[in-house]
Design a protein around this ligand. Sequence first.
Ligand SMILES: NC(=O)c1ccc[n+]([C@@H]2O[C@H](COP(=O)([O-])OP(=O)(O)OC[C@H]3O[C@@H](n4cnc5c(N)ncnc54)[C@H](O)[C@@H]3O)[C@@H](O)[C@H]2O)c1
Length: 325
Amino acid sequence: MKNKLKKIFITGGAGFIGSHVAESFFKNFPKCNIIILDKLTYAGNKSFISSITKSKRVKFIKCDIINTNKYSRLLKNCDLAINIAAESHVDNSFISPLNFTKTNSLGAHAFLLECIKRKVKKILHISSDEVYGEKITGTCYENQLVNPTNPYSASKAAAEVLINSYKYTYKKEIIIVRANNIYGIRQYPEKLISTSIVNLIKNKPIPIHGNGRNIRFYLSAVDFANALIFLVKKKEKGVYNIGSNFFEKNINIARHICKIFKKNPKKFIKFTDDRLYNDKRYSVSSKKVQKLGWRPKRNLLKDLPMIVEWYKKNYKIFKKYEKKI
Ligand SMILES: NC(=O)c1ccc[n+]([C@@H]2O[C@H](COP(=O)([O-])OP(=O)(O)OC[C@H]3O[C@@H](n4cnc5c(N)ncnc54)[C@H](O)[C@@H]3O)[C@@H](O)[C@H]2O)c1
């Protein structure tokens, strides 16, 4: 596969995870042309991919995934299409749920149909561990039924059900990956880690939903991008959980970040109203991909100081956030 990949199409490539994926594919497939499509919502930023858009191998188009007529011809002769574009913040999904259905379900479906029409050889769809719903004890395997509990995870699950059905009708090479929480630089300051860091930079308290005891697993965006490359090189298809073994309560993540800033958590952590429904714990088993030989290499606690440094230098990139606080 390595030598055969000549053209890749990535949606959402100017976002947090998308930019890491685009960079990693650029590095790992040095002869490959990459087309990056992104609507550049509040979460996307072209500067995230400035290191690769200088290259003649990379073409960027600002476009909504739903407007297939604007990019359809660019899918011609693509070896691989990766769908990462999404509305990704659960809190926003309670406020404007239909936006989530539009991009995450309808947009993903429209993109898939266009890939099929243009005979794209392989399709890689990025999903989430949240499609399984809450998992108080134990862990979720790929064959478990989905049971989403909020409009974000429901819109992701809907996309999966649609995409999965095409593997029967079109016998397409389709991979769906369900990732646990991803951490790293460039995440819009609305999720726990990025918000905590930017708030402390601005000497403001960290808001924590409910009692802060909700548990999340964390995987580095770099490890995640490498897992995708691994699956593509292995010519895999089907559903894969991609996760790490590192988990922590939200409150403890906030405490770790306070420690880096040498701030007193009692003063700099503020409990806020909980979400309408806030899954207490997710847990996915990555045994299936690990059996093939993939392992995460990075660790959140070791990476946090580097991430804090990045935000200190770059938080002004997030202009809309600047206006909000
Ligand atoms: N962040 C996580 O912890 C996490 C965990 C598991 C799965 N995921 C999944 O990974 C993917 C990326 O998540 P993220 O955290 O990078 O999200 P993000 O919100 O940071 O980035 C999403 C990107 O998609 C673009 N986009 C949004 N709507 C679009 C549209 N209609 N057309 C084209 N582009 C559009 C945005 O401009 C942005 O660049 C999502 O599918 C999400 O469900 C994320």
